[in-house]
Design a binder for this molecule. Structure first.
Ligand code: ARG
Length: 465
């Protein structure tokens, strides 16, 4: 059991098959800088408790620094005999500072409180990166929204059930994708504050430590605001992993919904947007093709990050307290989720930033498909007609138009009058997409005046993080 952290009670070493199953260095080696930071903080705690001499502390710190430098230079590697990142780093530390000094570091800690702590620190770093990237996407959505408010606001067909519903400003639609992303940033920050309050170091294997160490000092050194109140909770809980995997999945879903629209909008049939050459791909056989691969990969990767969350929840379900080795399965899914988003978001943001919208086509389609029927009904309400009646009359106008193959604004005065005497020619004032959007001027509505305010609100919120 040379090199193992637990050899003493075993007469023989583990079988190669067990080693192969047990090994986690191929995915947890990236935690090295975090493990080393934890070890530095732990060495300081041992020193403060009088369990490490000044000289031993200095030597341990030197050894840990050397390992950190070798890792940064790409020169530090685990062996096949190493079970995990913790075991490998202890072996390497012993090689650097000798067994006498190196053998003192493990006192008062377990890999169980160690991994729970450094996993949190690692994920906090990545949550910050993802939050910054999501804000970057919000920025370009706000930029597109700003561009399409001047000189004249771009109007597009707003849809429900994918059918033409009511005209809306393109800026309004784009910002409808930005607000959920801002809430995702809020979720990441909320998550971070919760995680920061709970450093598990000091929990030991499950029952706490008996060496008079100071977990609060370790917590502060590692950037936490507090240490865990219950050592079993500290070592056995992984809700912090599942919660981050959820937020990552939600980001994936939010991005995927916009992706799906971009894919539709870029079709010949929609013709709403053109993708920039640098942010789209071609076909190996069809020379004419220009494909929205970034959007499609975004849609595909959303499924992947949802799968990571689902797999993780399945691992956690019904695990008895406290630590179980199943918990080693908590890392790859969430590593994959943050890695996936960190590659996806910059590409997706570049694609959105360079979308070119066909303003004329959007404007032309906006009033089509009888999308102004609600405006007719609401105009009638303003003429004191009860809404039930108004709805019927506007519906009758649509039926008439459908029969004649025309749009609402093309109904003649006599045709309107024949449907109802309430329908005077004055109704035409609302039968334009411009009139329709301008009338929706309550808070949150698509009227240009409100959308300009909304953009200011969004920009201010995005800048406040
Ligand atoms: N590699 C382990 C994990 O990721 C570290 C903790 C191992 N603890 C133990 N008692 N085997 O969960």
């Amino acid at each position: 059991n040379e090199g193992k952290l637990w050899g003493g009670r075993f007469a023989g070493g583990p079988s190669p098959e067990l080693d192969a199953l047990s090994r986690s260095t191929h995915f947890d080696w990236r935690l090295t800088p975090y493990d080393l930071a934890g070890s530095r903080a732990h060495a300081n705690a041992l020193h403060r408790a009088g369990l490490l001499s000044d000289a031993d502390l200095a030597e341990l710190r030197r050894g840990l620094d050397v390992l950190g430098e070798r890792y940064a230079a790409g020169e530090l590697h685990p062996d096949l005999s190493d079970e995990d990142v913790h075991g490998a780093l202890e072996r390497l530390l012993l090689e650097e500072v000798g067994p006498e000094v190196g053998g003192r570091l493990r006192a008062g800690r377990s890999r169980n409180d160690q991994i729970a702590t450094l996993f949190k620190v690692f994920l906090r770093d990545h949550a910050r990166v993802v939050a910054g990237q999501v804000l970057g996407l919000v920025d370009v959505l706000a930029g597109q929204a700003r561009e399409h408010l001047e000189p004249e606001p771009t109007i597009m067909p707003g849809r429900t059930h994918l059918q033409h519903a009511q005209p809306v400003l393109l800026s309004h639609h784009l910002m409808a994708h930005a607000w959920p992303l801002l809430r995702d940033v809020d979720r990441l920050l909320d998550w971070d504050a919760r995680v920061a309050a709970d450093s598990p170091y000091g929990s030991g294997a499950l029952a706490g430590q008996s060496l008079g160490l100071d977990p609060t000092g370790v917590a502060a050194e590692l950037g936490f605001t507090g240490s865990t109140a219950n050592s079993i909770d500290g070592t056995a809980s992984r809700d912090f992993v599942a919660e981050l995997a959820f937020v990552a999945a939600q980001v994936g879903v939010d991005v995927s919904r916009l992706a799906e629209e971009v894919i539709l909008w870029a079709t010949k049939e929609f013709g709403f947007v053109t993708l920039h050459d640098s942010w789209s791909t071609g076909s190996s056989i069809m020379p004419q093709k220009k494909n929205p691969d970034i959007a499609e990969l975004a849609r595909g990767k959303a499924g992947r990050v949802i799968g990571n969350l689902t797999g993780l929840m399945a691992t956690l379900k019904a695990l008895p307290l406290a630590y179980n080795r199943d918990l080693q399965e908590d890392k790859e899914p969430v590593f994959d989720s943050v890695d996936t988003l960190e590659v996806l978001l910059p590409a997706f943001t570049g694609m959105v930033a360079t979308l070119v919208f066909d303003r004329e086509r959007l404007a032309e389609l906006a009033p089509q498909g009888f999308s102004l029927a609600t405006d007719v009904a609401e105009w009638l309400v303003r003429q004191d007609v009860p809404f039930r009646v108004a709805h019927e009359l506007a519906g009758a106008c649509v039926r008439e138009c459908e029969q004649q193959g025309i749009e609402l604004h093309e109904l003649g005065d006599d045709q309107l009058a024949a449907i109802s005497p309430h329908l005077t020619p004055a109704v035409r004032e609302v039968l334009t997409a411009e009139g329709s959007v301008a009338s929706r001027d309550g808070r949150g509505g698509t009227a240009p005046v409100r959308v300009r305010e909304q953009l200011a609100e969004l920009t201010e919120r995005a800048a406040s993080y």
